[in-house]
Design a protein around this ligand. Sequence first.
Ligand SMILES: *Cc1c(COP(=O)(O)O)cnc(C)c1O
Length: 357
Amino acid sequence: MKQQTFAFTRSENLKQKPEASTLEFGKVFTDHMFTMDYSAETGWHDPQIVPYAPLELDPAAMCFHYGQTVFEGLKAYVTEKGKVLLFRPDKNFERLNRSNDRLCIPRLDEDLALEALRQLISVEKEWIPTAEGTSLYIRPFIISTEPFLGVAASVSYKFIIILSPVGAYYKEGINPVSIAVENDYVRAVKGGTGDAKTGGNYAASLKAQEVAAASGFSQVLWLDGLEKKYVEEVGSMNVFFKIDGEIVTPQLNGSILQGVTRDSVLHLLNHWGYPVTERRIAIAEVVQAQKEGRLEEVFGTGTAAIISPVGKLSYGGETYEINNGVTGEVAKRIYDTITGIQKGELEDTFGWTVEVK
Ligand SMILES: *Cc1c(COP(=O)(O)O)cnc(C)c1O
C-alpha cells in the first residue's frame, strides 16, 4: 500500500508517565490518540493523530442509545534490545471488520488502520513500560455518531485508537482462578452478536459476573444459550480442556468470540504435536472426566492474561479442584512461549510479531 503520513497535532501538555509498579489495567492513557471520521458522503476521512482529550458528541449520538459500537484489544511490547513489537495486529483489524459487518458499521481499510496504529505507537514509544510483564494496551474502537433516535444504522462514525500502559497481569507467577459455571444468564446466542467484539455483549455479561463474584468466584464459565449444556467461553476468554492427554476447545459456532490467542494456542499445540480437537464439549463431559480423574487441565486464553488457568470449577452445587489447584504443564508451556515471542526472547518461527520503528 502507499505509505501515508497522517496529520499530527502534538500535545502541548505532556503528562507525567506513571511508575511501572503503580500500573493497573486501563486507567492511565497516553498523550495522543488516532481519530478518523466517517460520513455517508465521503466515507472514512480525516485520519489524524491528536492530543488525547474528551470527545464532544451530540447527546442524541446513536452510540449512547442502541449500542452500535465495536472494539479491539491488543498489546505492544518492548524487547530487551529496545525493539517495539506488536503481536499479530493484522488479526485484530481483520476481526474489527468482521465485527463491523455484524453491526452494520462501514469497513475500514485494514492496512490503513495498521499504519495508523504504527504511527501512533511510534509517537508514544516512551509510554511503553519495560518492567517484566508490563505492556502498552491498545484499544481501537468505533462509535456511531449520528444524532438520531430512530433505530437504524448510523450514517456517521468515529474510529479511535487509544493507548494505555498496563501492569503485569500476574504479579506473583500465574495464579489459577476459581470459576462458577453459569446456569441462569447467557452471554450470547447463535445468531446474536457473540462472535463480534461489541459493547452490548459485555453489558449483558455483567450481572452474571456480579453474582459469581458475590459467591467468591472470579469469573463465570458460559454455556450455550439454547440448551445450557455446552461450554462456550470463560469470562471474556476462550477456553481449553486437557482430558486424557487430548486438548479440546469449543468449535466456533457463531456465539463464541474468535480469539487471536485461541488461534495462536491452536497453532502452537499442533506444532508441538499434541492431539488437539475443536468440537462441541458438554459440561457434563467435563464434570465426568474430573470425577474419573481424567481432567488434567482447564485454562482460558485472551490478550489480557494470555493464559488463565482454572483451579476450581463449581457446577451443580459441587466445587471441583482441577489439577490440585495448580497451573498445568501445557498452560505453563503456552504462556512461556507466547510471552517469550511477544517480548522477543524466543524465536518468532510463525512470523507473528510486527516491529514498529
Ligand atoms: C476479546 C475476547 C476474547 C479473546 O480474544 P483475544 O483476541 O485472544 O484477546 C475471547 N472472548 C471474548 C468474549 C472476548 O471479548
